[in-house]
Design a binder for this molecule. Structure first.
Ligand SMILES: [Zn+2]
Length: 408
């Protein structure tokens, strides 16, 4: 039996006047699936721990985030298509605009997103070819919009250093500082990288042209989210299943690449409100013809949560539900379906909270419960009761006949 895991990011919510976007949305397909399966609530990490999307996804895939999560940098770098190796240090990067005189660290950030620059492949190439650091290999990877990722390799690098991103406009680029004596060499190297890349970017013809056209120059790289990459066992080695990831979000693609999944790219998978839901669902079902495990990720409900937009979240969940009609006619003796949220993003909080999320599993042989509606208020009465994210893969492996017996 194959497994289709559908994660609707931040879909779960807290109660607003006794209801939630998911509860008040019209979701006939989710409700039907709920009725056909077993339901429950899940603490994606542990009760009371507020998950990030990255740590939540690791946990749901059975990778203990306390062991494998070393910061957002390595995951973003994987998402940007860089092959990250154990011992590398990796950063999230923003192309930004600085103005002023003197060293790059004397200049002020006037636009943290360099006018939301899109075409920056030339700039990425110029940095990769032009910046030389003694004994250190550097790889700058392009990502969507103003984003990129940086990997530094070799020479006993440490991730015990601070960010260079001041996080607010009008402030100076921050000099990276070592948080312990062993990291001083790394801090020096990173500061050198920031200076040299700034020199190359500032005088690059593409930036000269941007300036001429009144656009902000993409002339500095702001670094944050540093992490040291560790060895992560591949999904197919761990579970004997080949995995595909269908997502528009770099972070989730990064998780997929980190565990060795096939990440299926399509420009219509945007990781935002304009994503092509039907195409995503179709691609997931198609992928299941050749692969054993498919993770389908839908991002937008989380964005509505962060925006505090109850109605927007509810409406989008209804769109998601329509796209899920295709799941109601799956052959559940061949495919085990699980639908869940990676964390709660309440519109009242506009950020992730630790409230457990709804989860359902539909497959042949599963002990169906009495739950008839897929929402935060009904699923806790279901047969799964309250589980942890790290339990989910074990439960799915058991239901699909892939689990090894513990003992005689
Ligand atoms: Zn999330």
């Amino acid at each position: 039996m194959k497994i289709l895991m559908v994660i609707v990011d931040g879909m779960a919510d807290r109660s607003v006047d006794g209801t939630t976007p998911l509860k008040s949305a019209r979701t006939p397909n989710l409700d039907l699936l709920s009725e056909m399966g077993i339901n429950g609530i899940m603490d994606t990490i542990r009760p009371g721990i507020r998950p990030g999307s990255d740590t939540a996804h690791l946990s749901i895939l059975g990778y203990d985030p306390f062991q494998y999560y070393t910061g957002r940098g390595p995951i973003e770098a994987c998402g940007a298509g860089i092959e990250v190796r154990p011992g590398d240090i990796a950063f999230r990067v923003n192309f930004a605009t600085v103005e002023g005189d003197g060293s790059v660290f004397d200049k002020r950030v006037v636009d943290r997103r360099a006018g939301r620059i899109q075409d920056k492949e030339e700039l990425v190439k110029a940095v990769n070819e032009g910046v030389k650091l003694e004994g250190i290999e550097l790889i700058l990877g392009n990502a969507s919009g103003h984003r990129a990722a940086l990997v530094l390799r070799g020479g006993n690098l440490s991730d015990r250093i601070t960010d260079s991103d001041p996080k607010s406009e009008g402030d100076k680029v921050k000099r990276v500082v070592a948080l312990e004596p062993e990291a001083e060499h790394t801090a020096r190297v990173v500061n050198e990288f920031i200076e040299r890349s700034h020199a190359i970017l500032d005088s690059h013809p593409l930036n000269e042209e941007r300036a001429k056209n009144g656009l902000p120059k993409a002339n500095v790289l702001l670094l944050r989210g540093v992490g040291k990459a560790v060895h992560v066992p591949k999904f197919h080695e761990r579970y004997g299943m080949r995995m595909a990831v269908i997502a528009g979000t770099t972070l989730i693609k990064g998780i997929g690449r980190l565990v060795g999944a096939d990440v299926i790219e399509n420009e219509r998978f945007t990781g935002s409100k304009n994503t092509d839901l039907d195409l995503k669902v179709k691609t997931a079902l198609k992928s299941l013809e050749t692969l054993d495990f498919v993770l389908l990720h839908i991002k937008a409900p989380d964005e509505f949560g962060h925006d505090g937009d109850f109605e927007g979240k509810k409406d989008f969940i209804e769109k998601v539900d329509s796209a899920f009609e295709a799941f109601t006619s799956l052959n559940f003796s061949e495919i085990c379906l699980t639908v869940l949220s990676d964390h709660t993003t309440p519109v009242s909080v506009k950020d992730h909270t630790a409230d457990p999320v709804p989860v359902m599993i539909v497959c042949e042989g599963v002990r169906r419960d009495d739950v008839k509606h897929f929402n935060e208020f009904s699923v806790y009465r279901g047969g799964l009761c309250r589980i942890k994210g790290m339990d989910l893969m074990n439960i799915l492996l058991d239901l699909t006949g892939k689990s090894k017996k513990f003992g005689a």
